[in-house]
Design a protein. Structure first.
Length: 260
């Protein structure tokens, strides 16, 4: 079931990603602001409309929840969490690190069942379905073998609420940075998770995320042999807005550093 679903979902993600490429670094791209730090472009909305239309055509019995406010509720178990443009700030500033992210969640099982992340600039399509492994452009991927957190590359993101110590991760950042090889802050939760899945990063954490930020990438990490949890090491819940994802070998150590 899910293998065929992934094939159809990949076509949708690629179509939306190609639409984003048309607007990237183009005068056709227009910016508006949700807040001082949180912006949106017309391309976010164009991509979201396209994705919703395609999902309704291909998966009419699936519900949809998308970042820019579009929703479709049907009586059924499966719901798509859609990020039509993850890393909008990057995109709006002409930085080539952004993607489309589609995660399919089973409400009954409370688990992500399938995930697709497409980076159109680099033509990299990451995908996974539960129990089926993780793939990059059709080739199997696996997390890194780094067991020493001291030589690991760890990624994170800075929440929009940068001035709120209770919601940002500045304290965690100052605790983790001296104990790892280096920190990366790339701007896309979905792509950071995929970078853990294919071994480019050894770990990643971030607070204040939404389900559409994490759903697809979290499963891709798990299916690539990694570990995903909440901040205390508890079972990951896509509706709880924080995540730790690693190659598994450094997971407990990263949890300890973040909670210290």
């Amino acid at each position: 079931m899910y293998a065929e679903l992934i094939n159809k979902g990949e076509l949708i993600a690629r179509e939306a990603g190609n639409l984003l490429l048309q607007g990237f670094r183009s005068p056709e791209m227009k910016i508006s602001y949700k807040s001082r730090t949180n912006l949106v472009t017309n391309m976010d909305r164009f991509s979201e409309k396209l994705i919703l239309r395609r999902i309704e055509e291909v998966f009419p019995d699936h519900s949809i929840i998308a970042e820019e406010g579009s929703e479709k509720e049907v009586r059924g178990d499966l719901v798509w969490y859609v990020d039509p443009l993850d890393a909008t700030n990057n995109y709006a500033h002409g930085i080539a690190y952004f993607c489309v992210s589609l995660g399919l969640v089973s409400r009954k099982e409370k688990k992500v069942m399938a995930g697709i992340v497409f980076d159109p600039w680099h033509n990299e399509l990451f995908s996974a379905y539960r129990g089926g492994g993780a793939f990059l452009n059709g080739n199997a991927i696996h997390v890194s073998a780094t067991a020493d957190i001291g030589i690991s590359i760890i990624a994170t993101g800075i929440p929009y609420e940068k001035d709120d110590p209770g919601r940002n991760n500045i304290r965690q950042l100052t605790g983790v940075a001296p104990r790892v090889q280096d920190i990366r802050r790339m701007g896309s939760a979905a792509l950071d998770l995929c970078s853990v899945a294919c071994g480019r990063f050894d770990g990643y954490w971030e607070p204040e995320l939404q389900p559409w930020d994490m759903a697809a990438g979290s499963l891709i990490v798990e299916e690539a042999g990694g570990e995903v949890s909440g901040y205390n090491g508890e079972s990951f819940d896509v509706c709880i807005p924080r995540i730790i994802a690693t190659n598994g070998l450094i997971h407990n150590h990263l949890v300890y550093l973040i909670e210290s």
